[in-house]
Design a protein around this ligand. Structure first.
Ligand SMILES: [Zn+2]
Ligand SMILES: [Zn+2]
Length: 309
């Protein structure tokens, strides 16, 4: 899903609009690059993201006002940034689609490079070149060749594990290097497993044994997540089927209002409410799990460095 930043007007993947790790998931009115450049998300209005946040039951960081002196005054400053940043859009899209690049380069580091490039301290990525070369222009090195896993191998691994994440048990299609790419360049089948997007991203640089040890402690939570995922999937398809049946009924009889139709609508609405509330509980649980894993890893690294005893 692509969203538009209220500050630089770039259309980017929704991951650019998730707030920094907080107790509750957030969606911001502006992208993470603008945020990192010091733009105040709270001062920008973004009706589309505000509506999305409402549907997803997450906090929206931005202003509700769509007109007013503040937003008009901001326009001149904003438009300068806009024309600059446009040229980074397809570069950022390519980056967001590259699992390998995302694994090797932290988002903050990428944003820093884009901002430095905007200020003229680094060249602008040349879009006629490959992503690898564009990243190199910004001083960001990614090893693509060493870790390339062929389509055939990917398909084999997905089949082998029946599209199940081998860490949490939810549906998963991401090929995961057990020993992370940053630690080894082992591309053999023995080092490849299947993970869900979330486990894959959260595991990041963690050594395999370390992640497995933490994950084992989370086994009751993982079971809950699997149960949530199954319920949510079943509810979603039920609701979709009921909505289609309702639409067919309206079409067939040519009437929009009738007691039985209204009753069906009422049922669908209740189902949607249940779905929303489950989805929100599920996301909170996901967030807690991620926080636990990431914090434990940060702690372990700090101990290793001798920052804490
Ligand atoms: Zn932006
Ligand atoms: Zn998983």
């Amino acid at each position: 899903m692509k969203l538009q930043c209220a500050s630089c007007l770039l259309r980017m993947a929704s991951c650019h609009f998730k707030g920094p790790l907080a107790a509750r998931p957030q969606l911001m009115s502006i992208c993470d690059i603008c945020l990192q450049a010091g733009q105040p998300a709270r001062e920008f209005a973004n009706p589309a993201i505000a509506a999305l946040a409402e549907v997803q039951l997450v906090t929206f960081v931005g202003t509700k006002a769509t007109v007013g002196a503040a937003s008009v005054a901001k326009t001149s400053r904003v438009s300068r940034v806009r024309c600059y940043r446009k040229q980074y859009e397809s570069f950022l899209h390519a980056f967001d689609h590259s699992e390998l690049a995302m694994k090797q380069i932290p988002r903050q580091r990428l944003n820093q490079a884009v901002l430095a490039s905007e200020r003229g301290e680094l060249p602008v990525p040349d879009l006629t070149r490959s992503l690898n070369e564009q990243l190199a222009q910004l001083g960001l090195a990614v090893t693509f060749q060493l870790n390339e896993v062929s389509y055939l191998t990917r398909a084999q691994i997905r089949m082998k594990y029946h599209h199940r994440c081998q860490y949490c048990g939810r549906r998963g299609d991401s090929i995961d290097h057990m020993d992370p790419v940053s630690r080894s360049h082992n591309n053999t089948l023995a080092n490849l497993t299947l993970a869900c997007h979330e486990c894959n991203r959260t595991k990041g640089d963690m050594p395999y044994a370390f992640f497995c040890r933490l994950n084992a402690k989370l086994s009751p939570i993982n079971q809950q997540l699997v149960a949530y995922e199954q319920t949510l999937t079943a509810l979603k398809s039920k609701l979709q089927a009921q909505r289609q049946a309702l639409a067919a009924e309206v079409h067939l009889h040519g009437v929009i209002q009738s007691p039985s139709l209204n009753q069906q609508r009422q049922v669908n609405k209740q189902l949607q409410d249940v779905l929303d509330s489950l989805q929100s509980d599920y996301e909170v649980l996901c967030q807690q799990r991620r926080d636990y894993l990431v914090t434990s890893w940060q702690l372990a690294q700090a101990q290793e460095r001798g920052d804490i005893i």
